[in-house]
Ligand binder design. Sequence first.
Ligand code: PEP
Ligand code: MG
Length: 580
Amino acid sequence: MDKVSDTVTLYGISASAGLACGNAFIHYEQLIRVPAEKIQSGEVKSQLSRLSRAVLKSRKELETLRKEAQGSVGADLSKIFDAQLMILEDDDFMDRVRQAVIAKLQNVEFVYQEEVDKTIRALSRSKDEYMREMISDINAVSARLLHNLSGVEGIRQRKAKSPIIAFARSFSADDIMNMRKSSVVGFVTETGGMTSHMALFAKALGIPAIVGVKECLSRVKPNQQVCIDGSAGCVVISPTPSEWKLFRRKVDSLKRAEKKLFLAISGLKSETLDGRKVDVEANLEVPTENDRRIADAGISVGLYRTEFLYLSHSDFPDEQEQVEAYSKITKAFGHNHVTLRTFDLGGDKFTGHFRDNGESNPALGWRAIRFSLDVPKTLRIQLRAMLRASAHGKIKIMFPMISTVEEVVRAKKILAGVKKDLMSEKIPFDEDIPIGVMVEVPSAVVMAHRLALEVDFFSIGTNDLTQYTLAADRGNAKVAKLYRPFHPAVITLIHQTIQAGHDANISVAVCGEMAGDPKATRLLVGLGVDSLSANPGSISIIKSLIPQIDYEKAAVFAKSALSMQSAEEVENLLADDFNT
Ligand code: PEP
Ligand code: MG
């Protein structure tokens, strides 16, 4: 029997899906604090040339990292290192450091750190998330420069005999890139949101991660055993021996399945035991080295989050840039289709550049389709680019966060206008391009019968559907415990959407994180879903599960989940089912 358990379960924000377990390692920011020292005026020159040499060395390191990142996480995300290079060589800042060394006659390390502290203090007062996000880049750059200035060995890779779950207040992009070469199998941070750089890097590199876990550093001790479930945003510290054993077994079998299956999934039928077709597709946001592998395995893209294009821009990408981006992904996927979702900006996503700062409730505010319809010029440009790219492959267009039928009618009208323009300009495009909507707001579920008459497909966004159904902000760690995708209220809405779609003869997909959670596969198949669009790391396992499911039995299983009254009951049902 297990001893009385000291287990602590913490919830945070799901940043990157997947299961991992290992020993806790606490990563404290490795800033070197060098005390102030007086220098002679004759020493100023040598201090300043040390600074120049350290900048040069740091620049070389960052350029190497950028190159490495281009290969592993793709060109878009690698631009984070461009931002760090700009911070490193910021003329005004460097002038201030040099002037202060001359004026105060103090050692350059101390003066540099003082100037960094001032900048960070000013930025941390900003209400703008984008400005606050810059703090982690500044910390990363200054830590690197101070290491190089003081000659202390750089940020070391953590190699250990057993797997590590790394904990920190936050990680820089290069910390996360280094994880792949170390024994770190997953990470947990106190800060960060779903679209923070940490989350994007973790997703692109397939490292399970949970961010925004308040006070996790005070709850975990070095070397304690830890299990994390990236999809559920759940961290279990010091699990009981039997929980630990079970979790390890799951991680190992998922890993084995993933390795074996990615090669073999192209040959696997996307059909249940009793012959019901259920496709498995991919959710993508930033192009990565994995795309080719996914495309070669015959996988289509069920959700392409185009707003991530915005990541490397200070404004909207222009039409030509968008045509190139959409054509590239479309060509990469060849005969498989690519579902391009129009910009889902606002709410929690990339609010920094354009947010109306007056919004006190952004998740219920000016986001996604609402923004696109209010600024139709951006929507027109985006739809033109999508249509132009459709000449190169199979594209579907999807509108996010639909809450009324009128929104779809208006969006389709704008699309019809854009098609007419392209025709008169004799620019080729796919005239029968399928149009769909995300069903992720409860009002869309209620109106699903009517919405289904307007579109060719539905895709259920369980991430937002959970937040809006349970009134629990998906990005607020304080209510993470209430954010339960398996709550019967959410499951019931998924079921209603599927029924309404099928009544109108249109297909219904699920593209929220739930689609990539193997515990949910039998439930979703039993609810009648036509396709599951999952994060790339989960595709092989989900695809391998489909042929093992008996649809008739899964439908009975789903019925029992629908009859339950709490999230916990459904979670236990799914866990028991998955573990047997
Ligand atoms: C969702 O809400 O489930 C979804 C897939 O969209 P996103 O996570 O991009 O909001
Ligand atoms: Mg959504």
